[in-house]
Structures are given as structure tokens and as C-alpha cells.
Design a protein around this ligand. Structure first.
Ligand code: BGC
Length: 733
């Protein structure tokens, strides 16, 4: 009922705005924002500066006009400014703890999306979830989760796209562009250096400017260029002693001044320390009920009434928010409540899963399985019913809710519904049965090794589904598969050499049983149609083309922090209550900008599976790499050939391996190429100049000298290098 009210309201706005704009020729969002802002009364100037959680919370009822979800910012009817109706998140319209009982299409997790290495598909997936948001009455999606994976134990690994700034920037930017293409504003988050959940409200990141600019910040910079998000969401953590939502360095200096970001900065929910944050660049306080006070709104008005500096800041805050509303067209294209075509959207979720599943091991061509296989034992992972999804604010639920929900908090906890291991209604077992209708398929839940072993012994093939659940709010302590699953896999693989392991994990895991298995698939959290996607890959209806966006370490000893910061000092908690003065300093200067594979190269560690790795059912051959320069534009050209008998997709990766006499290891460009059997194609990839540069003294600098690049099948499998001489070049903002 409330939704309808809002929609009618929005339509009214659109009409009155069109009228108001007659005679106002400029469609330029800056000009329009300045014009609207100049007409605001002092009372109206505070309206957009804060939002409330769009759920009944404590003493606060659901805000009038809100669509139940993550947040609500009131509009200004007189000026045709629509209210902002906000929903999580990057993987689809979130369930918001069940406040709305509707369903939405769940994309596979961020790791799966990252494994596609396919910006066009990201854009399509973005447009799909943006369309669902709009059909439910939302005009803002809290999407664009692109924090780099500095540590695979980070509980939100499953939400993020990978460990490389160029890769995450390009894919994340494309997703944002897709969402905004349907007139829904997207955020990029969480800005910045939000690398772990343990102590998430008081982690203080120590990092040098150069290291930050060349890594996490570069991902955001590229994504902003590609996606032009209406908003950037600052994070919970501190950087160099300041809360990111109160960080003059991050918000004013880097984001707005250096990068010229024209949209607005919204806070994460409960991340605002006080009014002064506005002066340090924060434009909007979100979910304000959960901060200590509504710092923005009235207190801002009061400050602006007597102090010109505050009045100017307040005008800028309003202009920024208005600008994004106009730039994305939220005012002229308000959300229209309509039915969702779940079949068509499910196809997109399935396509992303099929491109995102990574074949890690395939001993003697064990996969694809012949559809004539006689006896299959399916074991574990609730594979009879569904596929796992990640927990927290990004949790999406399909129609009818989860098929299985394993609670981890008591039903009286307000977080019970979001801290639960939820399984989407897409049964791998049924999908396998559909593709191998003649096979006798038995299922064991995997709680006991003994019966799983008997089932495996009696089958031609055993398929073990192993899960590692991750959630916002908590990190995982190590890379093991919990609840004895490592022993289960080892025992099953011993009982049946044709054991295939399907991993449904949030991120990288260790595999002590690896050598005993026939094949391993990283299916991540494969989303609304995950069961079908997995089965189609197992039987070869789809040729796997995913490539790892993250390094799988052989053990935690290889990580920059073998023990997670705070493991001994911080009590795990979703809310992360902070004791007065409590700070958990984490030193990101250990690895600096050498995250993931770059750290592994520096330390000469051999990964269990390297960044960029992924097998196919066909064979690809790379031709020689040649480099060309046209002014400042550097291009790598090479041929890719499909030497096998099946169509497939290769992801060609161009790595910088040395520059001006120094060893480097950086992804400088990539291209996913689909090839028919026997086909070969010439591919050109533009190389990103900031990847060649160092950030020094407030500038990007490419030192004069020879630069060597190599074409890679992964970060550890590189072809012959090619060189090019570059002159000294430096540039700032
Ligand atoms: C998360 C954000 C999310 C917000 C609103 C926070 O806890 O960190 O990613 O968008 O809640 O639900």
C-alpha cells in the first residue's frame, strides 16, 4: 500500500517537474541541480542530508512513503525532488531480513561475477537487478561492492569481485553502468580499504598514500570512470586514524578534488561519528537511527544559519545529491511497480553462473561426465535441495524464500534472518538427474563419513558438494571447509577415484585432499539457478570459462598476515560494538599495493591455484605478443586459437612483468574471447597506464626505460615476454 503511494507520488513529481522545466533548456544535471538548490528554503536544505533505515526500528516506525528495504531519504515535493528509496545490494534486490516477503533474482556471488572477467555480462547483470529494484519501487541500489580482497578470510569476500584493481574497477564500473542504465542510482562501496569484518567498526588501516592509490583506491577510481556512480558509500573502518566517513583525505582530497567525483558520498549504516564529517566530505548520513544521533538534518541547518562556511557546504551537499538524481534520470523515470519476469532474469543469473564457475582440476579429462553414466553418488552441501548463498545485508531471496535456512542466531535476535545459511531453490541433484535421466542417483547428506563412503563405493562417480558459508559481520578463521568436510572429501575420494568436488564457498579454501580427486569446480555461491549451471558444466552442456579473480593460497602461512588481525583480541559480533577508545590497527603497508598474486610473486610463493587460473574442456593457444604505442596509448596484440573440438572462451591476460629495470607483476589488461573449435582470432588490448606507473609525490609517474609484458593463462603461467621502451611521463589531477 505504501509502495503504491510512493509511486503515485513519484509520478506526480515527474509531471510537475516536466512542467517546471519548460523554458529551462539545460538538461545538464549540474545546471539543473544548481537551479533547484537555489530555490530551496532553509528548511528544505536539510531534507536530503540524512536518511533513515526503511524498516521499523526501535522507536522509529517505517518512514512514511518508504519501500521496506535498506533506507529512505525524504523528497521535496514542492521542487519535484523524489524521495530516495534505497535497497541493497550488488547481487540483487536484497531480502532485508524478510521485511518484504517478495522474491528477487539472486545473481551468483561477487567472486563468481569476478570470475567471468566479462564487463559486458556485468553490465547486463547490473541492468537486470536494477530493473528488479525499479519494479519494486526502489530508485537507489547500494551496489558496486568492489573492495579488493586483501585477505581471503574477509567475511565479505563473497560480495567482492577480486584482488586486482584493474579487474575489479572494470567489472565493478560495468555493473554500476548497467544498474544506472535503467534509471536506478548505484553506489560504489565501501570506500575505502574496508578489508576485514573482525572489528569492522574500529579497524584502523595504516597505509601509505602510494600503496593506497595503486591498489584499493585505483579500483574505485577506474570503476568511477567506467560506471559514473551517482553515489559512493564510505565504510565503517578508519584509515590513518580517521573514520572513512569522516576522512578529509579520502573524501575531499582523493575522491572529490583529485578524481573530480561529482556525485554524493553517503555513509554506511551507522558509520557517522558526528556533524564534522560533513566538513570532511560526507554528504549524507544514512540509516541515521543507528548512529548515536541524527547529526545531519537539523544540526546542519542550525550551523548553516549562522556560519557561511557551513551554508556553503550544505548547498554543495544538496547540489551533489540533486545532480545524481538528474544525471541518472530518477526524477523523470520514477520506479514503476510491475511484475518481474523471473524466468528471463533467471536466465541472466544462470548465464553469469555458467561463466563464473571455474574448473580447477580435471584429471585425465574426468569432466565432462558422459550423460550415459550409470550410477552417481551425490554427497553433501544440501545438494538435494539448493545452493548456498552469502549472509548479511546483501542476502537475496528468491520467490518463496530459501528452501533451507540454517539459523546461526536465536530467533529472538534481530539479526536472525540475515545471519542464517540460506539455500536458493535450485537443486543440483535434480538438475543432474535431468541431464542424466538414465543414471541411478543416490544422495547422502554428508553428515556421516561412513554412509557417504558406502554410497561412493557403489557408484561410478561421486560428486561431493562442499560448502563454506560466509557472511557480512564475521570473518572466517582459516581456509578449511568447516564441519569435517575436508575429512569427508578425503574419505570419499579414497573410496572412489572418480570423485568430483563442487565447492560452494565464499572465497578461496585450502584443499588438503586435492591430489586424490578427479576434478574440482569452484562454483562459489552460484545464485538463483546455480544448480542448473553446475549440472550443465558437469555434463559439458557448458564449457567452463571462469578464471580465478583471487589467489587460492596453499596455506594461510603464505598470506601477508598469517593470523588475522584481531583474532585474539576482538570478540566476534555482527554489530561490532566498540569499547570506548578501542582501535584495531592493521598494517596494510606489509603488502602495500602488492595484493594477492602480486604479493605471491614478490615472496616467490607458489599458490594452490593462482589468480587468473581456470581450465576449459578445450585447449587454447596464444600467439606471440606484440606491443605498439600510439601517442600515450599502449596496445598489446596477439592471436588466440581454439585448438580443441569444443567451442569455448579464453581469458587472455596481459601482465606487466618488469618496468624500468624493476621486476613487477601486474595485470595491465585482459580480454575474454569466445572461439569456435579450430577458430583463431587476433585480439588487441589497451594497457592501463596507471598500472605501469608508480604514485609518487602526488603524481603518477612512468619512469623512462624498457617495459616488459607477457601474455598469461594465469599470473603464474606466462608466455614469452615482449618489450617496449617508454619515455618518462608523469601526470597528476
Ligand atoms: C553494509 C552495507 C549496506 C548497509 C545497508 C551495512 O551494514 O555494510 O553494505 O549497504 O548496511 O543495509
Amino acid at each position: 500500500m505504501k509502495t503504491h503511494k510512493l509511486l503515485a507520488f513519484s509520478a506526480l513529481f515527474a509531471g510537475s517537474l516536466a512542467f517546471a522545466q519548460q523554458g529551462f533548456a539545460a538538461e545538464d544535471p549540474d545546471a539543473r541541480a544548481a537551479e533547484t538548490e537555489s530555490q530551496m528554503t532553509p528548511g528544505e536544505r536539510k531534507v536530503l542530508t540524512y536518511g533513515l533505515m526503511a524498516v521499523p526500528f526501535g522507536d522509529f516506525a517505517l518512514p512514511e512513503g518508504a519501500v521496506p528495504g535498506a533506507g529512505y531519504v525524504a523528497g521535496i515535493e514542492r521542487l519535484g525532488v523524489p524521495p530516495l528509496t534505497e535497497t541493497d545490494a550488488s547481487l540483487g534486490v536484497s531480502y532485508a531480513g524478510g521485511v518484504r516477503k517478495d522474491g528477487a533474482t539472486a545473481l551468483p556471488s561477487g567472486m563468481a561475477l569476478g570470475s567471468t572477467w566479462n564487463p559486458e555480462l556485468m553490465r547486463k547483470a547490473g541492468a537486470m537487478i536494477g530493473g528488479e529494484a525499479r519494479a519494486k519501487g526502489f530508485n537507489v541500489m547500494l551496489a558496486g561492492s568492489i573492495n579488493l580482497i586483501r585477505d581471503p578470510r574477509n567475511g565479505r569476500t563473497f560480495e567482492y569481485l577480486g584482488e586486482d584493481p584493474l579487474h575489479s574497477g572494470l567489472l565493478g564500473g560495468a555493473a554500476v553502468a548497467g544498474i544506472q542504465s535503467v534509471h536506478v542510482i548505484s553506489t560504489l562501496k565501501h570506500f575505502a580499504l574496508n578489508g576485514q569484518e573482525t572489528g569492522r567498526h574500529f579497524v584502523d588501516v595504516k597505509i601509505g598514500d602510494g600503496a593506497a592509490r595503486e591498489s584499493d583506491l585505483l579500483a574505485f577510481e577506474i570503476a568511477i570512470e567506467r560506471g559514473d556512480p551517482g553515489s559512493v558509500m564510505c565504510a565503517y573502518n578508519l584509515v590513518k586514524g580517521a573514520y572513512t566517513c569522516d576522512s578529509d583525505y579520502l573524501l575531499n582530497k582523493v575522491l572529490k578534488q583529485d578524481w573530480g567525483f561529482k556525485g554524493w558520498v553517503m555513509s554506511d549504516w551507522g558509520a557517522v561519528p558526528g556533524l564534522e564529517a560533513a566538513m570532511n566530505g560526507l554528504d549524507q548520513q544514512s540509516g541515521a537511527q543507528i548512529d548515536k544521533a541524527i547529526f545531519f538534518g537539523e544540526p546542519l541547518s542550525e550551523a548553516a544559519a549562522t556560519d557561511k562556511r557551513w551554508a556553503e557546504r550544505l548547498s554543495d551537499m544538496n547540489r551533489r545529491i540533486l545532480r545524481s538524481i538528474y544525471a541518472v534520470g530518477v526524477d523523470k523515470h520514477p520506479p514503476v511497480k510491475q511484475d518481474i519476469d523471473f524466468a528471463a532474469n533467471g536466465d541472466i543469473a544462470q548465464e553469469t553462473a555458467e561463466q563464473g564457475i571455474v574448473l580447477l582440476r580435471n584429471r585425465g579429462g574426468a569432466l565432462p561426465l558422459a550423460k550415459t553414466v550409470k550410477r552417481i553418488a551425490v554427497i553433501g552441501g544440501f545438494a538435494n535441495d539448493g545452493v548456498l548463498s552469502g549472509g548479511g545485508s546483501s542476502q537475496v531471496q528468491g520467490l518463496g524464500g530459501p528452501i533451507i535456512s540454517v539459523p546461526l542466531a536465536g530467533a529472538d535476535s534481530i539479526f536472525a534472518s540475515i545471519i542464517a545459511q540460506n539455500y536458493h531453490r535450485s537443486s543440483p541433484l535434480k538438475a543432474i538427474g535431468k541431464l542424466a535421466p538414465e543414471a541411478k542417483i543416490s544422495y547422502r547428506d554428508g553428515r556421516y563419513v561412513a554412509d557417504a563412503v558406502i554410497a561412493a563405493e557403489q557408484a561410478d562417480v561421486a560428486i561431493v558438494f562442499a560448502t563454506q558459508w560466509m557472511t557480512e559481520g564475521f570473518d572466517v578463521p582459516d581456509l578449511s571447509l568447516p564441519s569435517g568436510q575436508d575429512s569427508l572429501i578425503a574419505a570419499v575420494a579414497k573410496a572412489n577415484p572418480n570423485t568430483i568436488v563442487v565447492l560452494e564457498t565464499g572465497g578461496p579454501v585450502a584443499m588438503p585432499w586435492l591430489e586424490k580427486t578427479a576434478a574440482v569446480l569452484a562454483a562459489w555461491y552460484p545464485g538463483a539457478r546455480g544448480g542448473d549451471a553446475i549440472a550443465r558444466i558437469i555434463f559439458g552442456d557448458v564449457n567452463p570459462s571462469g578464471r580465478l579473480p583471487v589467489t587460492f593460497p596453499a596455506s594461510v602461512a603464505q598470506l601477508p598476515r598469517p593470523e588475522l588481525d584481531g583474532a585474539r583480541t576482538v570478540e566476534p559480533s555482527f554489530v561490532g560494538v566498540r569499547a570506548p577508545g578501542q582501535v584495531l590497527t592493521v598494517d596494510y603497508d606489509i603488502e602495500g599495493s602488492d595484493i594477492g598474486y602480486r604479493w605471491f610473486a614478490r615472496k616467490k610463493h607458489k599458490a594452490l591455484f593462482p589468480f587468473g587460473f581456470g581450465l576449459s574442456y578445450t585447449e587454447f593457444e596464444h600467439g606471440a605478443l606484440s606491443l605498439a604505442r600510439d601517442g600515450e596509448r599502449l596496445t598489446a596484440t596477439f592471436r588466440v586459437a581454439n585448438k580443441g573440438l569444443r567451442a569455448g572462451a579464453e581469458v587472455a591476460q596481459v601482465y606487466l612483468i618488469s618496468g624500468a629495470g624493476e621486476k613487477k607483476h601486474r595485470l595491465a589488461g585482459f580480454q575474454r574471447v569466445e572461439l569456435a573449435p579450430g577458430e583463431s582470432r587476433e585480439v588487441s588490448v589497451t594497457l592501463e597506464p596507471r598500472i605501469l606507473a608508480e604514485w609518487e609525490d602526488g603524481k603518477w609517474r612512468i619512469a623512462a626505460g624498457r617495459y616488459a609484458f607477457a601474455l598469461g593463462k594465469s599470473a603464474e603461467d606466462l608466455g614469452a615476454p615482449a618489450n617496449i621502451a617508454l619515455e618518462e611521463r608523469s601526470w597528476g589531477y
